[in-house]
Design a protein around this ligand. Sequence first.
Ligand SMILES: [Zn+2]
Length: 212
Amino acid sequence: MKVFPRCSLFFGFLVLLSACLTAHAQHYSQPALILKPDRIANFRPEFANAVATEIQIRLQEVNPGQPSPIFYLSQTPPLAVDFPEILFLRFTGSCDVLPQMPAPHAPRALGSVPFVKGEPINYILIDCEEIALTINDAIAPMKPEQRVDAMARAISRVFQHEYLHIHRRTSHHDETGVFASALSRRFLVAPDPPTSPSATPAAAVIESVGAL
Ligand SMILES: [Zn+2]
């Protein structure tokens, strides 16, 4: 997936936020993960929960045994906290799965991570609309609730790909798997292999800071 060398503005914001958080330290052992949909109206709490739960599974695959993040929806955490890591996920476009086949269009990147001076920053952009268009014909035969789950899973796999850019601090890709330079629609929506109940993380909890 494409990596766009931009976002000095975002970087400035992160520095500012981290300075604020350090000034009023109250320590958490878990990272914070902030979901920032551009269109909150079609990012309902139950959909946000499905996305957060899938993301938790993807993070466990990358960092087994690590504490699950504390999720925030559309809000930054209160200033009087300090997290070991803060990750922003911005969702552009509508995250609704479409009722019919989309018109052909020039494909865009499903997600991206800005690099500043050759280093990735903790800011992942997810193009919800492009993901919905990409998986549309793979999920068309599904029931409505299955389509929502498949969309959450596809988002989490794009998240995992982008997160690996940050985790490995590289813009390069693997030949195959989730860190390949392109992901098929079949891969994006494929169900997870069965795991033992003890290995399955609990449903994600989304903290609410003010109104959602
Ligand atoms: Zn990539």
